[in-house]
Write a protein that binds this ligand. Structure first.
Ligand code: G6Q
Length: 559
C-alpha cells in the first residue's frame, strides 16, 4: 500500500528522507549485538527520562547518525511549530475547523487560554469543580438513589472515545479506587452488555453516566434508552431519573430532551476529541472511583508530560524519540505493526486504548492538502500484558516473518507485593527484550543440544527451529509505580507521540471520517432487516447475507 498515487510528496522528495533511505544500507546484515559490542556508551546515549518515566531505546536498529537524521526530519516537518499551534488552540483540525485542546483540560486553571476572544479555562475549572462536588457527594453518601440508598454501582454508557479511556483507567487505577463502588462499562449495540449489567445492578443504588459528546451515537442512545426504560419500570416512574442519570456531553439540548435534568449535565467542548477526552468529565467514572484528588494527580502527570514535550530539545524529548523511531521502522523498514507489551495486568486495556489513539488518529492515506500519501502512516497497534503474552503472541515476535517493533512497560514496585512475584515478573520482562535483541547463534544452539545428549543428526534437524535471529527492536519504559501521576504522564506521552507522527506525515490526526462513516451505515441496513421480502438493494454478497440471516432468524422464530 506504500505507493498509492502518482503524486510525490514533499516529504519523500526531501533530502533528509533520501538520506534516511541511504542510512538503511549500513543496517543491512548488521546485528544489534555488534552495535552494543562496539559502543560501550550505547545505553547512556540512547536513553532519556522525564516525568518519572525512563526510556531505554538503545535496543533499536539505530546509530547516532540515524537519530540525527530522524530529529532533522522532525524539525523540518516543523514539529515545534505545530506543537505551539496545538497548545495555543489554533484550528489545526482543519477538516472539522476545530482547535485541538485536550491539553487545556489538564492545564493549570488559573492560566488563561483565549480562543476566539474567549478564555476557555473558567469553563474547564467549573466542570472540574462540578466533578469534585459530585464525586465527593457520591463517595460520602450524600448523593443517593431515589429511595435514599447510597450509590454502589456506576454504569458508564458510551462507546469509542467515551468508553476506552475510562474503561482502561478503571483497571489501571483500581488500587486507588473505593472498593464500595462497582464500575460497569456498556458500549456495544449488542444487548448482552447492557442486559448483563441490568440483570445484576440494584436499581436503587445504580447511577448511569451517559457519556456521548454528540449525544447522537446510535449504540449509546440505544443502550441509554434501554437503561432508562428499565429504571422507569423498576422505580415505577420517571421521577427517579434525576437521581440515577447523568449526561457527559457537548449537546446539552439532546441530553435534556432525553430526560436528564440540566443540572445533571457535565459539559464537553467541541475542541476535545473523543479519543483525547478522558481528562474531561468523560473521566467521571474514574473520578468517582479514585476521588477527585487522585484524578487531579492524573491530570498533573499529563501536565508534566505536556511541559516536557513543549520544552525538551527534540533529542531528549520522549514523545519525539518514540515517534521518530516509529517513523524509521514504518517508512524505511516497511514495518506494519507495533506492539505494546505492559508487564502489568492493570495495564491490560492499555493496548486497546492506544489502538484507538494511534490508529484512529493516524490511520489515514490522505495528507492535509487532500493528496494521497506516497508513504505509510499508522501501524497496526497490538499487544497484551506480560507474562501471559509470552505464552501466546511471543512466538511470532521471536521467530515470525514480519518486521515487528514493540514497547515494553513495567513498574519497579508492585501495588500488591506477594512474595517474589514482582521480581519474577521483572526478570521475564528484562529477559524478553534481551532475547529479542540478542537472539542466539548456531554455536549456542549446537552446544545446548549437545549438552542434552542430542545426536549429530538430531542436532542438524533441530538447529534451524531453535535458532533465534534476534535483532528485533524494542523500547523499554520503566517507572517507579503505576500511580495516577505516572498513568497521566504515560497516556500523554503516547498522545504526543501520535501527534508528532501525524505532523511528520502531514496528516490531520484529529478527524475520524472512517468512524463517522460507520455511524450512518447501519440505518439503511436496519430497514432491510425489517423488510419481509428478499433484499435486492445491495451487492450480491450483502443481499445474500441479509437473506440468509433472515432465514436463520425465521427458523429461530425471531422477526
Ligand atoms: C473518537 C471518536 C469516536 C467517538 C465515539 C463516540 O475520537 O470520535 O470514537 O468517541 O464515536 O462518540 P460520542 O462521544 O459522540 O458518542
Amino acid at each position: 500500500m506504500a505507493k498509492r498515487g502518482l503524486h510525490l510528496s514533499k516529504l519523500t522528495q526531501s533530502s533528509v528522507w533520501k538520506s534516511l533511505q541511504k542510512r538503511l544500507q549500513p543496517f543491512d546484515g548488521l546485528h544489534m549485538r555488534s552495535l552494543f559490542a562496539t559502543d560501550p556508551d550505547r545505553f547512556e546515549r540512547f536513553s532519556a527520562e522525564a516525568c518519572g518515566i525512563f526510556l531505554d531505546y538503545s535496543k533499536n536498529l539505530i546509530d547516532g547518525e540515524t537519530m540525527d537524521l530522524l530529529f532533522t526530519l522532525a524539525a523540518q516537518a516543523d514539529v515545534e511549530g505545530w506543537r505551539a499551534s496545538m497548545f495555543a488552540g489554533e484550528r489545526i483540525n482543519t477538516t472539522e475547523n476545530r482547535p485541538v485542546l485536550h491539553t487545556a483540560l489538564r492545564r493549570e486553571t488559573d492560566k488563561p487560554l483565549v480562543i476566539d476572544d474567549d478564555d476557555v479555562m473558567p469553563g474547564v475549572a467549573s466542570v472540574l469543580a462540578q466533578m469534585r462536588e459530585f464525586s465527593d457527594a457520591v463517595r460520602d453518601g450524600s448523593w443517593t438513589g431515589a429511595t435514599g440508598k447510597r450509590i454502589t454501582d456506576v454504569v458508564n454508557v458510551g462507546i469509542g472515545g467515551s468508553n476506552l479511556g475510562p474503561r482502561m483507567l478503571d483497571k489501571a487505577l483500581r488500587p486507588y479506587a473505593d472498593t464500595a463502588l462497582r464500575l460497569h462499562f456498556v458500549s456495544s449495540a449488542g444487548g448482552g452488555m447492557i442486559g448483563g449489567v441490568l440483570a445484576e445492578a440494584p436499581w436503587e443504588s445504580t447511577l448511569f453516566l451517559i457519556s456521548s459528546k454528540t449525544f447522537t451515537t446510535e449504540e449509546t442512545i440505544l443502550n441509554a434508552r434501554t437503561a432508562r426504560d428499565w429504571l422507569v419500570q423498576q422505580s415505577g416512574g420517571e421521577d427517579a431519573l434525576s437521581h440515577h442519570f447523568l449526561a457527559i456531553t457537548a449537546n446539552k439540548t439532546k441530553a435534556t430532551d432525553f430526560g436528564i435534568p440540566a443540572e445533571n449535565v457535565f459539559e464537553l467542548w467541541d475542541w476535545v476529541g473523543g479519543r483525547y477526552s478522558l481528562w474531561s468529565s468523560v473521566g467521571l467514572s474514574a473520578a468517582l472511583a479514585i476521588g477527585m484528588d487522585r484524578f487531579e494527580e492524573l491530570l498533573a502527570g499529563a501536565r508534566a508530560m505536556d511541559e516536557h514535550f513543549q520544552s525538551a530539545p527534540l533529542q531528549e524529548n520522549l514523545p519525539v524519540i518514540l515517534a521518530m523511531l516509529g517513523v524509521w521502522y514504518i517508512n524505511f523498514f516497511n514495518a506494519k505493526a507495533h506492539a505494546i507489551i505492559p508487564y502489568d495486568h492493570r495495564l491490560s486495556r492499555f493496548p486497546a486504548y492506544l489502538q484507538q489513539v494511534d490508529m484512529e488518529s493516524n490511520g489515514k492515506a490522505v495528507d492535509r492538502d487532500g493528496q494521497a500519501t506516497d508513504y505509510d502512516t499508522a501501524p497496526v497497534i497490538w499487544g497484551k500484558p506480560g507474562t501471559d503474552c509470552q505464552h501466546s503472541i511471543f512466538q511470532k515476535l521471536h521467530q515470525g516473518t514480519d518486521f515487528l517493533s514493540a514497547d515494553f512497560l513495567a513498574a519497579a514496585e508492585p501495588h500488591t507485593p506477594v512474595g517474589d512475584h514482582h521480581k519474577v515478573l521483572l526478570a521475564n520482562f528484562l529477559a524478553q527484550t534481551e532475547a529479542l535483541m540478542m537472539g542466539n547463534t548456531e554455536d549456542d544452539v549446537r552446544a545446548d543440544l549437545e549438552s542434552r545428549g542430542a545426536s549429530v543428526e538430531e542436532t542438524a534437524a533441530l538447529l534451524p527451529h531453535k535458532l533465534f535471529l534476534g535483532n528485533r527492536p524494542t523500547n523499554t519504559l520503566l517507572f517507579k509505580r503505576l500511580d495516577p501521576f505516572t498513568m497521566g504522564a504515560l497516556i500523554a506521552l503516547y498522545e504526543h507521540k501520535v501527534f508528532v507522527q501525524g505532523v511528520v506525515w502531514n496528516i490531520n490526526s484529529f478527524d475520524q471520517w472512517g468512524v463517522e462513516l460507520g455511524k450512518n451505515l447501519a440505518d439503511k441496513m436496519l430497514g432491510d432487516l425489517d423488510n419481509d421480502g428478499p433484499a435486492h438493494l445491495h451487492d450480491a454478497s450483502t443481499n445474500g447475507l441479509i437473506n440468509r440471516l433472515k432465514e436463520f432468524r425465521r427458523c429461530r422464530g425471531i422477526r
